[in-house]
Ligand binder design. Structure first.
Ligand code: AMP
Ligand code: ZN
Ligand code: FE
Ligand code: FE
Length: 294
């Protein structure tokens, strides 16, 4: 059976390896009917993706992924059916991307101090769009300092590695409110990642209050048992169980595009939630001022 749905994908607009139109062609070849483009802190890939999707007969959901943290542990928030043309949203995403630039440059400086000769200009060239650590990892790979992207993270740029610099400090509730303010539906990505499900469950009331509507349940490498654990929590709290591959191109994450079964019901429930909000003016949101310059 072919998987029809993939709600978590990245393009060259952030740290994916393929342009949005290439990604959509791959989605077509994989037999997908619905795909969400969820680049980090940018919606700049969406117009190209929409055009390609229309030509190929794929339904493209405009999305985003915003990286936040709880006590230094990564927590990512996906946003679906986001009004990507909203000026207020774009201004805030620009702030987040600008801070990624300064932070990336500082990580390269740290690496240089460690005697590793990679150039910031080269990282910018690799990135093209929203800069992230995978671009630095690629520069390290290119120069032969590591043999794989995961090795680059482990040795140098994961959050407990020597060259790491934190991002603009955002709590998950900030990302949730930002997505809501742009008419989008916030969904917690890969809930078993770094802080662990217990922390997420503890924090759930605040995230729910901020507007969380779903949990990414059918995520790339999760086992049936892990899926069941998240699904149980989602059902108990009437959250939409979404899912996807987190495809970035080969070599970054393990699951191929469309390589994870996601029930079509996830799409239907997202659409129903979006329809309920149609015509309502979403509450505005302001970013917190940066507590440390990232
Ligand atoms: P950034 O947004 O710059 O902090 O980079 C985070 C992104 O790097 C994540 O969204 C993943 O795509 C990728 N990433 C994080 N850890 C690893 C790892 N150990 N191996 C490969 N990619 C990773
Ligand atoms: Zn990524
Ligand atoms: Fe993520
Ligand atoms: Fe992702």
């Amino acid at each position: 059976m072919t998987n029809r749905v993939d709600l978590h994908t990245h393009s060259t607009a952030s740290d994916g390896l393929f342009a949005p139109s290439e990604l959509l062609q791959q989605a077509k070849a994989a037999g997908l009917e619905v795909q969400a483009l969820t680049d980090h802190d940018t919606t700049n890939g969406i117009p190209e993706a929409l055009t390609a999707a229309r030509q190929l007969g794929i339904e493209l959901i405009p999305g985003i992924e915003i990286n936040t943290d709880i006590d230094g542990n990564e927590v990512h928030v996906l946003g679906y059916f986001i009004d990507y043309q909203q000026t207020a949203l774009q201004q805030k995403l620009q702030v987040l991307r600008d801070s990624r630039l300064r932070r990336g440059e500082r990580m390269v400086e740290n690496l240089n101090k460690m005697g590793i000769a990679i150039r910031w200009e080269r990282v910018r060239e690799i990135a093209q769009g929203s800069v992230g650590r995978p671009h630095i990892a690629k520069a390290l790979l290119e120069q032969g300092y590591v043999k794989s992207i995961p090795e680059a993270f482990d040795k140098y740029i994961s959050s407990n590695s020597p060259a790491y610099v934190a991002r603009y400090k955002l709590e998950p509730e900030h990302a949730i409110r930002l997505i809501v303010s742009a008419g989008g539906l916030p969904v917690l990505a890969h809930p078993l990642a770094h802080p662990g499900l217990a922390t997420i469950q503890q924090r759930f009331p605040q995230m729910h209050e901020a507007g969380l509507v779903g949990l990414e349940t059918y995520y790339g490498p999760y086992t049936p048992e892990q899926v069941q654990t998240i699904k149980t929590f989602a059902d108990e709290h009437d959250l939409i169980a979404t899912g996807g591959s987190d495809y970035h191109g080969p070599g970054i994450h393990p699951t191929p595009l469309g390589g994870r079964y996601v029930p079509y019901e996830a799409v239907e429930r997202l659409k129903a939630a979006k329809a309920q909000r149609q015509g309502l003016t979403p509450p505005p949101f302001e970013l917190p001022s940066p507590t440390r310059e990232a």
